[in-house]
Design a protein around this ligand. Structure first.
Ligand code: VG1
Ligand code: CO
Length: 544
């Protein structure tokens, strides 16, 4: 056994995106590719001597191979202790929980979230800092800069460690603890929510629920928490055994990729409540019998009902949402007289606000909701939050949503995604929009008067950092918005996301079909961006 100093050369494509570095598995399998990134990461995150590092992933193909490499590099980069989920598994929220609970220096999460997995799928890696949250841009940018200059990396030449047995082992002077990936997280959930009340609801003999783990990481978490600790019927959790290729699926919990669950909830005698989570467990979709709750509405409803939950009964400090997320939560913040923050897309921008106690709940339109309990969005947490509300209010999801709209008004909202557009076309489209911006303010377009038109720039109120070019937004005087941005998580071509929001306060118009209600604005967005003429696409790939 010995330490090797391996000579290498930079790869020019190692800049982390919205949520870490995501690439095709084949890209990660190139010689030195993963090692270069890990070395750049260890060099960028500060002094790693004698520190504790958490490691875990969503269990996709290449997870264990990558973990073995990271372990062998961690030992020669000074770490004193590693905490690893059994079999290399940790959902993203569980990793955040473990980093905080054991006061680790940080964590490495291996995941490409909902992107398809397997030898022909995607892989990903990201670093989370001491607070349990994704590294801020200053660190991800430093990692990229170091990856562009790297000439060698250090690795220990030894056999693989065992990831399958819970317990402690040593590699040289480094202690390695293999932990139960579910236990700490399940305990945290029990501290936040009223488990006896939820148990009473789930066991009342009438209430039916379905949770779709989509063959990904949340299976073991949902079974332990919902079925074992809360007494839900066995079989409540479907597709609950994590598979390395997610059974060939696309574990993105939305109306397109969870059709089985959606069909069941919309069937005549369907369950009262349905939910799903994504590949790494940080996203959630909420359904009631015959109703889909948009993530933006979900954030607003959780905020409006937070005082029903033990952990939030003292009230919220504030709410934060990403810029493209609908303004439904803003209405609640206003009514509660608490702070409202608007950040760029990606959970890393919420960390400072949560640490500074300026926000308690955070959310993104992309099926992400979370709170100050950890520093990642958290799928099962959102599901338990809804269950706790249902248990207290004893009403259906549909009644709760409708009453919410009646009280606060409704923000009709949709997102249209155009996936795998050639990158040059996508850039051309954004450039063209950008050039139109200065002329748009004050103009009237199809009866909508433009209030502002800009490219969103975020000024972090805590560390004063500035993040520019975070999405083109056109706001109208009545509060409606059209937003365009390119995805930062894809691995093939570019994905254009178009976000459309209309405000409705008229009590007689709260229950229209979303796509019909938004048609004018959708047409306007398509026309302004020249989507069809530039990309040749007549319709979006995914509508949420
Ligand atoms: C997408 C979502 C964003 C989310 C990110 C990571 O990013 O829009 O809201 O934070 O994915 O989520 P983008 O750049 O593709 O729009 V996850 O569950 O994939 O870690
Ligand atoms: Co995810």
């Amino acid at each position: 056994m010995s330490i090797s100093n391996i000579t290498t050369q930079p790869f020019n494509d190692q800049r982390p995106g919205t949520s870490g570095l995501r690439k095709r598995v084949r890209v990660f399998q190139q010689k030195h590719y993963l090692e270069n990134f890990v070395q750049a990461m260890f060099d960028a995150i500060g002094d790693t001597q004698n520190q504790t590092l958490v490691i875990g992933g969503d269990g996709r193909f290449y997870n264990e191979t990558a973990i073995q490499t990271i372990v062998k590099m961690a030992v020669v980069n000074g770490f004193k202790r590693l905490i690893i989920g059994q079999n290399g598994l940790l959902s993203t929220p569980a990793a955040s929980c473990v980093i905080r609970k054991y006061q680790a220096f940080g964590g490495v999460i291996l995941s490409a979230s909902h992107n398809p997995a397997g030898q022909d799928g995607d892989f990903g890696i990201k670093f989370n800092i001491r607070n349990g949250g994704p590294a801020p841009e200053s660190i991800t940018e430093a990692i990229f800069q170091l990856s562009q200059k790297i000439t060698s990396y250090r690795i220990f030449d030894c056999d693989d460690i065992s990831l399958s047995e819970i317990g402690t082992q040593h590699l040289q002077d480094m202690q390695i603890d293999i932990i139960d990936p579910v236990a700490d997280y399940a305990e945290l959930m029990a501290d936040i929510f009223d488990f006896p009340a939820i148990r009473a609801l789930l066991c009342n003999g009438r209430f039916q629920m379905r949770f779709d783990a989509m063959h990904a990481i949340t299976g073991p978490y949902a079974k332990e928490i919902l079925e074992k600790r809360l007494g839900a019927e066995i079989g409540t959790v479907i597709n609950g055994i994590p598979q390395a290729d997610f059974a060939g699926g696309h574990p993105d919990p939305n109306l397109t990729y969870a059709p089985e669950l959606v069909a069941e909830l919309f069937a005549e005698n369907g369950p009262d409540f349905g939910a799903a989570s994504d590949g790494d467990g940080d996203r959630n979709m909420i359904l009631g019998h015959g109703i889909f709750v948009t993530p933006s509405d979900s954030l607003a409803i959780l905020a409006a009902n937070a005082e029903l939950i033990p952990a939030y009964q003292e009230g919220l400090k504030g709410i934060a949402r990403s810029m493209p997320t609908s303004q439904a939560a803003d209405r609640v913040a206003k009514a509660l007289n608490i702070q409202m923050h608007e950040t760029p897309t990606g959970w890393k921008f919420f960390g400072n606000l949560l640490d500074a106690n300026m926000a308690t709940l955070c959310g993104e339109e992309s099926f992400g909701t979370g709170s100050n309990h950890i520093r990642e969005k958290d799928g099962l947490w959102a599901v338990l939050f809804w269950l706790n509300i249902l248990a207290v209010r004893q009403q259906s999801v549909s009644e709760i949503v409708r009453q919410h709209w009646q009280k606060y008004g409704r923000n009709y909202y949709t997102r249209h995604d155009y996936e795998e557009i050639p990158t040059d076309k996508a850039n051309q489209l954004i450039d063209r929009l950008q050039k139109q911006l200065p002329q748009l303010a004050g103009q009237e377009l199809n009866g909508y008067k433009v209030d502002y038109a800009d490219n969103f720039s975020y000024h972090d109120p805590v560390d004063n950092s500035i993040s520019e070019n975070q999405g083109i937004r056109i706001g109208f005087t009545d509060g409606c918005r059209i937003i365009f941005r390119l995805s930062g998580t894809g691995t093939q071509g570019a994905t254009l996301r178009v976000y459309i929001e209309a405000i409705e306060d008229n009590p007689d118009q709260l229950f229209e079909d979303t796509q019909t209600r938004l048609k004018d604005l959708i047409d306007l967005a398509n026309g302004l961006a020249g989507i069809q003429s530039i990309t040749g696409r007549a319709a979006p790939t995914v509508i949420t």
